[in-house]
Design a protein around this ligand. Structure first.
Ligand SMILES: [Zn+2]
Length: 409
């Protein structure tokens, strides 16, 4: 993760949705004399950003909880007042597929306007067979009709719904329902690529997580998990031993968890926006993970409760400021490693011949400005497989923020 391979005065040729050639503009003009030319005006072109962890399909936002937390209310107290994931579940179940689809469109358009071209979206606010299948259908429609690349994840094991929290026996019934009834329907529907479980004390135990993920893997889905967010409970170790594509959150990962991930191909996906928004001072140990040899990705965790942001480059800022990552590390975490966390390492996340032409253009003259102007929307255009994703804003002034940076073509 030390070298992001930054080139200057470089042009990119795109053919049939794939990157065909990279080199000096004149060489490319000679090789592709009939090509349509897009002038990037000396801006910074990156692989389209890959946001590998979101809960972007939901109904109403939960802004009242933000203030309640500031007032000192903890998770349990907010839940008692009807807030938390259960509030999103109640709301989600009442809404139609069309309504949820319509609500998601402007959110995804906004996510794309910050440079994201690949987006993972999880279900997990339905928690019944019909409502989870509804969530998956919404994600499937978005994947078909929206310009960004969308990867669908089934997160039926996001929480134990209220109606199954009345006794241990009822709780066990829910785990059986997930494995024996919901999973086969999700697989038959053929929209989900991954299964995910919220493995955390009080939600799904390590044993339950293992059962659900093994069944999902046997049914042909890739696997991911929410692990070690609040307490170290062996989630990272389980992810590595099951061959999960990623273990996500990890703010409370143990030393043995770090070692397990470093030895595996499982990507450590860190979500610094969530910790910032919740007012936590602890962040995942990105440095220890990277130094041990783990592949680290960054993601937004976009969701209505704990990370309501569409601004993925802000996660790069937090990566540098709070996780002590270098510029090269945050760039790779948001592209190459994000793609690996979605099983797309050979398809997107790099500007290299053969890769999909997923590109983001930023109105800055130096790549170091990307995490620097924090909170600003710097993306002025993006493409997925060569087709516009966020339409190129050709009228914008690319370099107004840094007068010393002279565009060189
Ligand atoms: Zn999540």
């Amino acid at each position: 993760m030390r070298d992001a391979g930054i080139l200057r005065n470089t042009a990119v040729a795109v053919s049939k949705g794939r990157i065909a050639m990279i080199g000096a503009a004149n060489d490319l003009k000679n090789a592709y004399s009939n090509a349509e030319v897009i002038d990037c005006r000396g801006g910074v072109l990156t692989p389209g950003l890959v946001d590998s962890h979101t809960h972007a399909v939901f109904g109403k936002p939960r802004f009242e909880e933000h203030e309640q937390r500031a007032d000192g209310l903890d998770y349990m107290e907010i839940a008692k007042r009807g807030g938390g994931i259960h509030a999103s579940v109640r709301d989600f179940r009442q809404r139609t597929e069309d309504e949820l689809y319509t609500l998601a469109i402007p959110r995804i358009t906004e996510l794309a306007s910050y440079g994201t071209t690949t987006l993972e979206v999880k279900s997990g606010y339905g928690l019944s067979i019909e409502d989870e299948l509804k969530a998956m259908r919404v994600i499937g429609r978005l994947a078909e009709r929206q310009p960004v690349r969308i990867v669908a994840t089934w997160l039926g094991a996001h929480e134990i719904p209220h109606e199954y929290r009345t006794s241990e026996a009822r709780r066990a019934e829910f785990i059986d329902l997930l494995i024996d009834a919901m999973l086969p329907r999700v697989v038959e529907q053929d929209i989900a690529r991954f299964a995910d479980v919220f493995c955390e004390p009080g939600v799904f135990t390590i044993d339950e997580t293992q059962r659900i993920l093994e069944a999902s893997r046997d049914a042909g889905l890739g696997i991911k998990l929410h692990a070690d967010e609040l307490k170290p409970c062996g989630g990272a170790e389980l992810a590595a031993s099951l061959g999960a594509v990623s273990a996500d959150h990890l703010a409370a990962i143990s030393q043995s968890g770090i070692e397990a991930l470093a030895k595996s191909d499982t990507v450590a996906t860190l979500l610094p926006g969530t910790m910032l928004f919740l007012g936590k001072t602890r962040q995942a140990p990105a440095r220890a993970l990277i130094d041990a040899g783990a592949a680290v990705a960054l993601a937004s965790d976009f969701n209505p409760g704990t990370s309501p942001t569409v601004n993925f480059p802000l996660m790069l800022t937090l990566g540098v400021s709070q996780l002590h990552m270098s510029l090269a590390e945050v760039l790779i975490a948001a592209t190459v490693n994000g793609a690996a966390a979605l099983g797309l390492a050979g398809e997107t996340g790099q500007i290299a011949p053969g890769f999909a032409a997923d590109l983001a253009l930023f109105g800055i003259g130096d790549v170091r400005e990307l995490p620097y102007w924090y909170g600003a929307r710097l993306c002025v255009g993006s493409w997925k497989a060569g087709a516009p994703c966020h339409p190129y804003e050709t009228g914008s002034n690319l370099h107004h923020r840094s007068p010393e940076v002279v565009p060189t073509g």
